[in-house]
Design a protein around this ligand. Sequence first.
Ligand SMILES: Cc1cc2nc3c(=O)[nH]c(=O)nc-3n(C[C@H](O)[C@H](O)[C@H](O)COP(=O)(O)OP(=O)(O)OC[C@H]3O[C@@H](n4cnc5c(N)ncnc54)[C@H](O)[C@@H]3O)c2cc1C
Length: 377
Amino acid sequence: MNPQTVASAPTTEELQELALEVRTYLAKRREEGAFTPQADAWTHEWNPEFSRELAAKGWVGMTIPPEYGGHGRSHAERFVVAEEMLASGAPVAFHWVTERQIGPQLLKLGTPEQREKYIPGIVRAEIAFALGMSEPGSGSDLASVRTKAEPVEGGFIVNGQKIWTSSSHRADYVLALVRTSQEENHHAGLSQLIIDLKNTEGVVARPIPASIGDDHLAEVFFEDAFVPEENLVGVLGAGWQQVTAELGYERGGSDRFMSNMALLEAFVGRTEPRPASTEKVGELVARMLGLRTLAAGVMESAGAGRDFAIDAALAKDAGNVFEQEMTYELRGLGVPDEDEYLVGLLEHAMLYAPTISLRGGSAEVLRGITAKNLVGR
Ligand SMILES: Cc1cc2nc3c(=O)[nH]c(=O)nc-3n(C[C@H](O)[C@H](O)[C@H](O)COP(=O)(O)OP(=O)(O)OC[C@H]3O[C@@H](n4cnc5c(N)ncnc54)[C@H](O)[C@@H]3O)c2cc1C
């Protein structure tokens, strides 16, 4: 059984053809040595050239309208292309989060000038954004962020710190959630600012050495950094509503259950089948199909312009549980010590496993969102 084929089975002939085209291309590039499949590649395999290659094929910014350089394709088409990229373990981190949520956010809330300035570069994978939400002491309780952007003539003076800001030491910009006024209700007074990470005096981004085996975690410090007023995204003071909507894009996709496809694929392809492993892999693939249905539901809501923040929270939580359990199950089944590649993938997945239910919102937070929705609050 090839888990990639099963998990990626799209539903119409056109989508199947598109998926096959992407799969064939990625397999060819892999054979040519352009990349070695990695677990969790979308978070840390940073390769601007490869992202640009995919962009040139028309596979980045697919749903962005042509007037902004996009391809005007459907959300379903983007969905199957994203699945193929995830399944291949290709190095897509440079464009991943920027394409996934910054493009849509700017399309929805950006001024005409912001759209002109940033979206074509996103579609061509020329620019990368980091996500500037978390701060020391403000992760789950995101509304407590303290990074202050004081309105001044022509813009804002920003002071504070963001943490766990993935790849911000390599990205061009950060979309930062900042406090623009002090209000009694701490969900009020927040705003989103685009901050140029490479050309703003008083902004320093640096990697955080971590035990997860790569250097994608980073932090950003702001010290009297001037940010021009044209970098305000959306409405001053509406940052909370904006960021929670943005988190729907962050949470609801296939990346929340397909991060470790390279590991599953390698496990199936490189270990001798045993009754226990065949049964377990079958079970994992079956679970993945259920998760795919959840993610497809989120994708459909996004395409139809419906609110999908709650569905996305539910999908992410279910996906996180699956990804962690898959890693532990495969470790339990065991891999040959002499297979360095497979051992490396498993070790990486083991190190990442605890972070999976933290990044993008912890399990408890996601369940809280879902529960509140169920009781109608
Ligand atoms: C690999 C990785 C990448 C990340 N990338 C980014 C990024 O690019 N940009 C960004 O802004 N952030 C990023 N983050 C940060 C991430 O969003 C936070 O780690 C997450 O929101 C949790 O916040 P925290 O780390 O402050 O933990 P805390 O909020 O301190 O939570 C610690 C634990 O306590 C639990 N907890 C907290 N409050 C409650 C409560 N009220 N009820 C029950 N349980 C609770 C949490 O569920 C969690 O298990 C990343 C994190 C990781 C691990």
